[in-house]
Design a binder for this molecule. Sequence first.
Ligand code: 26V
Length: 816
Amino acid sequence: MFTNKTTFKQAFVDSIENKLGKTLQEASGLDIYNVLGHLIREYIGKDWMHTNKEYEAQQEKQIYYFSMEFLIGRLLGNNLLNLGTLQLVREALQELGLNLEEIEEQEHDAGLGNGGLGRLAACFLDSLATLQYPGHGCGIRYQYGLFEQKIINGYQVELPDYWLQKEYVWDIRRSDKKVGVRFGGHVISRELNGRMVYEHRDYEHVWAVPYDVPVVGYHYHNVNTLRLWSAESSQELGSYSNPADQNYYKFLAYSRSVQSISEFLYPDDSSYEGKQLRLKQQYFLCSAGLQSILRTFDKSGLSYYHLPSKVAIHINDTHPTLLIPELMRILIDDKNLGWEDAWDITTQTISYTNHTTLSEGLEKWPVHMVKELLPRIYMIIEEINERFCHLLWNLYPGQFNRIAQMAIIADDQVKMAHLAIVGSYSINGVAELHTQILKEREMKLFYEVFPQRFNNKTNGITHRRWLMHANPKLSNLITETIGHQWIAEPEQLIRLAPHAQDSSLQEEVARIKQQNKRKLATYIERNYPISIDPTSLFDVLAKRLHGYKRQLLSVLHIMHLYNQITDNPSIDMLPRTFIFGAKAAPNYHLAKKVIKLIHSVADTINRDPIASKLIKVVFLENYGVSLAEKIMPAAEISEQISTAGKEASGTSNMKFMMNGALTIATLDGANIEMQNLVGQEAMFIFGLRSEEIAHYNQFGDYQAKLLYESTPSIKRVMDQLILNSPYTRANNDFQDIYNSILKTNDEFFVLKDFDSYAAAQQRIDAEYRQSRSWLEKSIINIAHSGKFASDRTIAEYASEIWDTHPVPVHLARVHS
Ligand code: 26V
């Protein structure tokens, strides 16, 4: 459509005039964004259509990635980058007096996810399309994304994130593809011609309407689909419009309950509330997504026995596990297959990724709730459970205990992880340690029964968004140094390693980091009443707030540094800026207290005329994808300090590394694999290892109180949480934090790891002064970060789990 700047400018200005009836000069920033967005969306449209036609013609296996979360962030810049028109559009806009970066700021992040799990799904979509796999996302089009975080007086306040308030330019509503989903009612079973048939009666019928978002692959032509489902009433107000009619209120209640299905994303990645609604959302996604997959499959004219060779369905954590009984239901009730055949097909089609070993993350539903909301699905789960227990009985006769521990239904609850393991052919963890823990500890009993199903796929991130788009200067420098092959094959970044000691490269890396730091400093100064020194060391901790992620360890350490400064104002300490970004689940009381503590510490230190020359503490509100894109390029230290064994993988660690930060970390999640690559010297490793933590947990031989009493530096910072200290002032805000450590015997080993963390921080202080060796390590980190590109992860999923192949789509698109 536009092959050079002139045709683009023409199309753009025409579009402004035609769509808005305004001149370019009269158009607002939002007008300009909307018009540009539409123009690009239309440009994508042709490739999208061709991709779908090609997929239909070639009949390659299709992958459907089901996830309750897709944290895709903004699309304008990334689509331009992937289309290969970023440079052309940027320059053409400049000629029109417009700045692309400012236009990008108009786009509201699509924040349809909580954290790592949702962002991983978004990175995977980018890699699937770029590697030309026929792989699509299936999710929910929540009207409200993850809440918008405001900080008022140091406390987190949650505001609704109504991201659809302004027009969303990227999706297309496909009313013609809507499907019906049924809730509640009851099931009548009877025999008909020697076969049981099941009739679902008196159910509530809801329409699921898909909205499709194109997913553009980088510099190739595949445009895959992210299909987001929205719930709509299937009854019209029409005949009930009279309030005197008793059905009027029934209708209102029905329509409200339908609306709520796709209204909110659950703002919690640790525990859950509003259980029934969450279950409803999950079934809604599973049923709608599956019906639409089978509609497409039906067009092939193949029998259902071929389903596993044409369709791979992946479930992102247990949230979409109801796909298993739903596929069984459709095959048995609607397609008339027998149980065994349906089970073979189902278990050869579905694969599952586990993302957490935290017990709060393992979903369980009360039996009565599943029965009431999904009566036919419950019957199927019961039968799966019975057959599975029977199998176990044959394997382990008489071992009641073991069988009870493994059952899908037990203690009046349906255990979704058990259902997911039993009903899928592949179960993977997201980093080596995590997979090992699944096999040896958390899912040990299942591993003994199905060893061949378990495998590891270490997470990754898309280098297109997290390096090329977020840090174009560093990207260009890399290309100047090693050529452009790394863009298509990120593992080629390793070719930077031989240049790590090259002083001119080091200087360039330092110069770019400095520019990125200045840019972040300017952003901070514009948005917060604080000025920071862009030459200080930028030390960043940005991720969801959770006890196991130990933001508290970092804050206690900052308090400790402050104590050292007040004891000795002429202390030799390198100036540092500690930058935090974190949302706490709204009902996670302690996490919110930690946010308040960060603010109290920031307030005290930033105001102190002496200490503030050495330390500044900044909390950036509303951490999300777009803010992360600003932070990563400017970071010099990446904090990955979870209690070992608790962080399944982590993905911010990868983003920081790719942007040249050095990592201070425990041996947890993917940090271990990072260290294996870059070596001990290029990271700052500290703390207990997961085996040691497991040992303490097993034998109970760690006593936090003793440690507290016997270590003056620890006692001092702990006491500053409760006694009259600069942080507590008149209130008693931090008593709960204090208690949480001393009364639960320091569940997350914060005190136990404190000294070792402080020592690692001191090493950082010393090594940052050796700027050449620091830069060498920074380059080594970038060079090894290619392993953590999601292209590698997706290629592994494709060949080792899904058994699918790229489908190149050839079109004549011109790239700049
Ligand atoms: C559980 C629940 C329970 C119901 C309410 C909503 C909700 C949302 C999420 C979860 C599970 C969270 C699991 C999770 O996010 N795991 C993270 O996955 C990342 C990608 O694999 C990984 O890098 C992180 O280490 C892991 O914590």
